[in-house]
Design a protein around this ligand. Structure first.
Ligand code: CA2
Length: 146
């Protein structure tokens, strides 16, 4: 069972700036928490971050055939990228949208997600625990499908 975690722009800055919004944990800390939980669940994970929209799309396309579920924090591309949405539809792999913050409790422009309609569901507002919930949701999605 392979779960691909994708992280979008600026998430590499986690733990360094805006801790009041995004918390103190770095992306490496979150990755470690996800790895620990995945090991207990017997799930193999691949955890990546990029600041580039095209790279996210390349990774989604390349996941065909070797990834069961994509767990995606697309960061600001969540609110802007039709290309990302099209890539999720094109590969046909179930995707789960996650966010650290509660995007619905923030600025209006963060309330709209272009990818939400093509994802299985959305998890937001739980800080780093959103990633663990994303992993649990991924396992649930796989188990329901097999
Ligand atoms: O809450 C989330 O996980 C977001 O995806 C984070 C994005 C934001 O654009 C989304 O609306 C919600 C921003 C990630 C930027 O991360 C930073 C981390 C530290 C310092 C500055 C930005």
């Amino acid at each position: 069972m392979n779960v691909l975690f994708l992280n979008g722009p600026n998430l590499n800055l986690l733990g360094q700036r805006q801790p009041e919004v995004y918390g103190k944990a770095s992306l490496a800390d979150i990755q470690e928490q996800v790895r620990d939980r995945a090991a207990k669940l017997g799930v193999s994970i691949d955890f990546r971050q990029t600041n580039h929209e095209g790279e996210l799309i390349d990774w989604i396309q390349q996941s065909r055939g070797n990834v069961n579920v994509i767990v995606l924090n697309a960061a600001a591309y969540t609110h802007t990228s039709i290309a990302l949405r099209d890539a999720i539809v094109a590969v046909g792999i179930p995707a789960i949208e996650i966010h650290l913050s509660n995007i619905h409790a923030r600025e209006d422009f963060r309330h709209r997600s272009l990818i939400a309609p093509v994802c299985q569901g959305q998890i937001c507002g739980f800080g780093p625990f959103s990633y663990i919930l994303g992993l649990e949701a991924a396992v649930n999605v796989i188990n329901i499908r097999v």
